[in-house]
Every structure is written in structure tokens, then in C-alpha cells.
Design a protein around this ligand. Structure first.
Ligand code: SF4
Length: 330
């Protein structure tokens, strides 16, 4: 079942330092007693999902899970594992820092039924990692990823775009290096300037200029294609809406339907390529079932862009077409 995971946020727990861009309370909207909240979240999900909970994972996100106090980590894992042992949930997913992975930690996670580990790689440029006060280098990501895979966990890698000190070329290089590590899943987060962060100070001092939404969409649509071509699932593109980011938002690439904007951009580029050699005028474009709105674009943006190029397009669905495929015809 899609998106059925129970997410439990452990904001900043275990983080040895604060990354320039991070204000986890704004990103996750999480406060209060994590253990109590975790119990409530799991019980609620169990009731809501019913039988479907057997396909869902209990996910600890938002901090550096494997760097938190071991006793506290075991309490959280033990709580979740009770539900995994009984078969009520499929497994446990955690996110953590690449420099907080070791054989000892992985043994512990295995013994508590953890199935998937996501690492916040963010960038594979050591310069960018250092400028953003990440406290680890890219070699850590490579080493931790190899170890996680050797233990048979599902590996997830998270990357950011438009970080302080980065550019499109560096971000594309990061994506290539992440692909080389063969993760099972990837999350892509364009950098957002959130209040009460060092990045916000850099922004106000004119030292950090975030990319525009348009250029963020252009870059991330390329990254999406790169990962999907390598058969790596992009399970998140853009920060979650409704989790508090809107309250602390100052600047940067953020849109509640960011992934849809990126997918629409791919359709637009494919349509342009298809129509490139055609005579201007009225056209029928065909896309796979369920993809019509992505071809049309938000507020008909793609159709307007094609109109400017001289193509008055009507979009229809057609059986048998692949994702992102665009055909023209009668
Ligand atoms: S390690 Fe993750 S949670 Fe901790 S400060 Fe950095 S980005 Fe935030």
C-alpha cells in the first residue's frame, strides 16, 4: 500500500551540531514527548489502516537516530518492534547521519527489526558539506552505504539541491555519485531558507542567494530522470507541505506540489522535442492514462508555453504509452 508509513519525528535528537539550513522543528512541526506521541501515532495508524498496516513501516525521521542516547534509542526501537514482531507492521525505517553508522549500530538495528536505513547525504561535494556545517564528508556516505547494503538493509539516500556553496553542476555530480552507490530509494530536497537558521542569516547578509522556483524545477526534473533511468525510486521530491515549513519559510525552492511541477516540466520538454520539426498550428498530443494533467501543466502552463511556440495543443490520453511519453496524431 502506498504512503502508509507511520512517521515519528525525533527532531534534532542526537545531532552533534546544527547544519546551516536546518530547523527541524519548522520542518517536521514536531514537539512534545516523542515516546508518548509515537505510541499514539502507531496505535492510530494501526486502527486506521486495519489489515493494510501489515504492509506499512514505522518510520523514525527528522534527527540523527543512531546518534541518540542508546538507552533512549532502544526504548523507541523496542516500542516499534512490539508491533513488528506481532506482524501488525512490516518493519521499521530510520533516518540518520552517514557518520553514525557502524557494524555495532547495524547489529543493534537488525536485532530490533529495522528494515530500511536512510542517510542524509545531502551533497557529495566535501566543500559544500563543510560550508553547510554537516560535520561529515562524502567518504562517510560511501562507506556507510556499503556497510548498510552488506547487512541487507534497504538503503535510502537523501540529497539536497541549491545548498550554500553548490550549483547545478555540483548537484548533478552529487546525483551521479549517489547513483553509483545503488541505493534502493532517494529523496531530493531543494534547499529552503527557514527562519532561525544560519542559512537565514547568510541569506539576509546577501551571502546566500537561493535558486528560483523555475530553475529548481528545471534541475530537479533532470535529477528525477537520472534516478528513474537508473531504476532508483525517488520517494520524495521537495519538502512536505503542511509539516510546518510554510510557517518558517523565508526563501528558496518550495511548492506544495513540487514533484508535479517537475514531472510537468519533463512532459513539456518531451512535447517540445516531438513538435520541434512539425509545422505550427493545431495539434493533438497523447499521453499515458492518468498523466493528462501533468502534460497540461499547472494553470495550463505547458499548453501556454507551447502556444507561444506556435502550437495550439489539445491533450488526450491513450492506452499503452509509457510514463513521460508524448505522441502526436489525429
Ligand atoms: S543532521 Fe539532520 S536533523 Fe541534524 S541538524 Fe543536520 S539536517 Fe538537521
Amino acid at each position: 500500500m502506498k504512503n502508509a508509513n507511520v512517521s515519528i519525528f525525533v527532531s534534532h535528537f542526537g545531532c552533534p551540531q546544527k547544519c546551516t539550513f536546518c530547523n527541524q522543528h519548522s520542518i517536521t512541526g514536531a514537539y512534545g514527548d516523542v515516546i508518548e506521541n509515537a505510541k499514539i501515532a502507531i496505535e492510530t495508524a494501526s486502527r486506521t489502516l486495519g489489515e493494510n498496516s501489515k504492509n506499512a513501516e514505522i518510520a523514525f525521521f527528522g534527527g540523527s537516530f543512531t546518534a541518540i542516547d542508546e538507552k533512549y534509542m532502544k526504548t523507541l526501537l523496542g516500542l516499534a518492534y512490539e508491533y513488528v514482531k506481532t506482524g501488525q507492521f512490516k518493519g521499521i525505517r530510520i533516518s540518520t547521519r552517514p557518520d553514525k553508522i557502524s557494524a555495532e549500530i547495524l547489529d543493534l538495528l537488525k536485532s530490533y527489526g529495522v528494515t530500511a536505513i536512510e542517510l542524509g547525504a545531502q551533497s557529495m561535494s566535501d566543500k559544500v558539506l563543510s560550508m553547510n556545517n554537516r560535520g561529515h564528508n562524502s567518504a562517510c556516505v560511501v562507506e556507510a552505504s556499503g556497510l548498510i547494503k552488506s547487512y541487507g538493509f534497504e538503503l535510502g539516500l537523501q540529497m539536497m539541491t541549491g545548498m550554500y556553496g553548490s550549483d547545478d553542476e555540483t548537484d548533478i555530480e552529487t546525483a551521479k555519485k549517489i547513483i553509483a552507490l545503488s541505493p534502493d530509494t532517494v529523496r531530493i530536497y531543494p534547499t529552503v531558507v527557514i527562519e532561525n537558521t544560519e542559512l537565514c542569516e547568510l541569506y539576509h547578509a546577501g551571502k546566500y542567494l537561493p535558486p528560483s522556483l523555475e530553475s529548481g524545477v528545471e534541475l530537479c526534473s533532470k535529477l528525477l530522470l537520472m534516478f528513474e533511468s537508473a531504476r532508483i525510486k525517488v520517494i520524495r521530491l521537495g519538502l512536505h507541505s503542511g509539516g510546518g515549513v510554510e510557517d518558517g519559510y523565508v526563501a528558496g525552492v518550495y511548492h506544495p506540489a513540487f514533484r508535479e511541477l517537475c514531472e510537468s516540466k519533463i512532459y513539456l520538454e518531451n512535447a517540445k522535442e516531438l513538435l520541434n520539426a512539425d509545422e505550427k498550428g493545431e495539434k493533438n498530443l497523447y499521453v499515458a492514462n492518468g498523466c493528462l494533467s501533468k502534460m497540461v501543466g499547472q494553470k495550463r502552463a505547458n499548453l501556454e508555453a507551447l502556444k507561444i511556440l506556435g502550437f495550439d495543443c489539445t491533450v488526450k490520453e491513450r492506452n499503452g504509452l509509457n510514463k513521460y511519453e508524448v505522441q502526436s496524431g489525429e
